[in-house]
Design a protein around this ligand. Structure first.
Ligand code: FAD
Length: 440
């Protein structure tokens, strides 16, 4: 566990584990209050149900499907309904559709959702009408290729935790995510660009996906590949770090299906995280990358208008965001994005990176459990936004920057909140293991 020593450096970032822990202690309360207590950051709009998995037929990997449930728990029928994977993965709380522009014109501005999210929700802070796409996006905008513009979902009512989603369906998604990391970066122009783009274009079936990948592997065999390049490493670390954070949350908020109690499961944490320290390291790396992106938005967020008609909420949200960005910018810079995409021989690498990330974003529609899909989509959008801010955003150039949608900002801040919580939970579970506490 040498690499998790507080003084050890998190590779690819300019910071030690101990420094990140200290930094996390400083922002934990603020980020928690933003994500748990403000309307702006606790409601997220996304297309959760209307999109089909673009890579394979996902009918057999849905958790609502009994085959998936049988896969995850030995005899699903023998346990109470509320403990079943199918039940655990369902969304809770009020949910409201996205209002269309036309309907908006007929509704009072401050209640565009007409109270569907509850009487005490400041809707002017929550509703977003613009969904303009930008070629610099790392994620697929939520309204792409589907009829509706999605639903508003409460993140507080639907915490990321154990759902029982598991088995072949979940593994297929993780495998496909990691296979996006096969950067087949040949020496420039030895592969024609069009064929390199094939796997990015939204394939319809898993077999197509595998065939193309296999063909690409064969075609480039023998060509010099830069397998160790920083960009490829960063791509892998981001996804592995996200996976590690999800695993940490499901171990932290775990349902013991024998007793029916929710509590941290330190054995789960040991097996999934601690026995693979590189996964924890990747989580710390993600913390460095995402917190740097949030810090970089300080000026932009200083001038941001959160609500159109609720000055009290607006002031409170802004105060907390400013506190967060001020703390982050006053600390030493812990991730240097300027060292990436600098190699003149790596033509098209950034585009490749972006396209692969977009594919990961599409893969979220293949996740067969509603709550997991909600948090998967939110976090991929959060990381995608962080990448956009780091590589395409320059605060000194007002007006030339890519647009930042409300959903992206909500996803970015919540993703930082998730990693922040994962790091705190991971430290607690490590302490429990060190002291021999098996039940927390
Ligand atoms: P998995 O976590 O499924 O891992 C599959 C394989 O990937 C492992 O065998 C290992 O080889 C490799 N691997 C594991 N972790 C890492 C890592 N950090 N880096 C690199 N490689 C790794 N379940 C819930 O209970 N709650 C959720 O909110 C939830 N959200 C999910 C979101 C998404 C997008 C997906 C795809 C799944 C989600 N799941 C969730 C399911 C969960 O992630 C696991 O798939 C499930 O618990 C089964 O775990 P497992 O032990 O079989 O290994």
């Amino acid at each position: 566990l040498l690499q998790l020593e507080p003084s050890a450096m998190v590779s690819d970032a300019c910071v030690s584990y101990g420094e990140i822990n200290g930094m996390n202690d400083m922002i934990f309360t603020t980020i928690n209050s933003l994500t748990q207590e403000t309307d702006f950051f606790s409601y997220y709009r996304l297309n959760l149900f209307n999109k089909e998995c673009p890579f394979w037929n996902d009918a057999n990997s849905m958790c609502g499907n009994i085959a998936c449930a049988v896969n995850t728990i030995d005899s699903e029928e023998d346990i109470p309904l509320t403990w079943r994977a199918e039940e655990l993965s369902k969304l809770e709380g009020p949910k409201a559709n996205h209002p269309s522009r036309n309907i908006q014109a007929e509704r009072p501005k401050e209640r565009p959702l007409q109270g569907e999210l509850g009487d005490d929700v400041g809707e002017s802070c929550v509703v977003e009408y613009d969904d303009e796409c930008d070629e610099r996006d790392y994620c697929i905008p939520e309204d792409e290729g589907s009829a509706g513009k999605g639903d508003y979902v409460s993140l507080v009512d639907n915490p990321e935790r154990f759902t029982g989603y598991s088995g072949a369906g979940a593994h297929q998604v993780w495998n496909a995510i990691y296979s996006e990391n096969c950067f087949l970066k040949p020496v420039a122009d030895e592969l024609d660009e069009q064929s390199l783009n094939v796997p990015m274009g939204g394939l319809q079936a898993a077999s197509d996906f595998r065939n193309v990948l296999h063909k690409e592997l064969q075609r480039v065999e023998g060509l010099p590949l830069d397998n160790e390049c920083l960009e490829k490493r960063v791509f892998h670390r981001l996804l592995s770090g996200m996976h590690a954070s999800i695993s940490t949350h499901l171990c932290w908020d775990y349902l013991n299906q024998t007793t029916g109690q929710w509590h941290p499961n330190v054995q789960c944490f040991k097996e999934r995280l601690l026995d693979h320290p590189e996964r924890i390291s990747n989580m710390y790396f993600n913390y460095a990358l995402v917190s740097r992106a949030v810090a970089k938005l300080r000026k932009h967020l200083d001038g941001y208008t959160y609500c159109a008609s609720d000055p009290g909420q607006d002031r409170e949200t802004k105060k907390r965001v400013n506190k967060l960005t001020a703390t982050l910018t006053e600390l030493p810079q812990i991730f240097d994005e300027k060292i990436m995409f600098q190699d003149p021989n790596a033509l098209g690498l950034k585009e490749d990176f972006r396209n692969r990330f977009r594919n990961v974003s599409r893969l979220m529609d293949c996740v067969g459990c509603d709550k997991c899909r909600l948090w998967g989509k939110l976090q991929v959008n959060g990381y995608g936004t962080a990448l956009k801010v780091l590589f395409d955003y320059d605060e000194t150039k007002n007006g030339e920057n890519p647009p930042l949608r409300r959903t992206e900002l909500v996803a970015l801040v919540n993703t930082l909140g998730r990693i922040s919580h994962s790091i705190a939970a991971s430290r607690s579970m490590q302490r429990a293991l060190l002291t021999g506490t098996t039940h927390m």
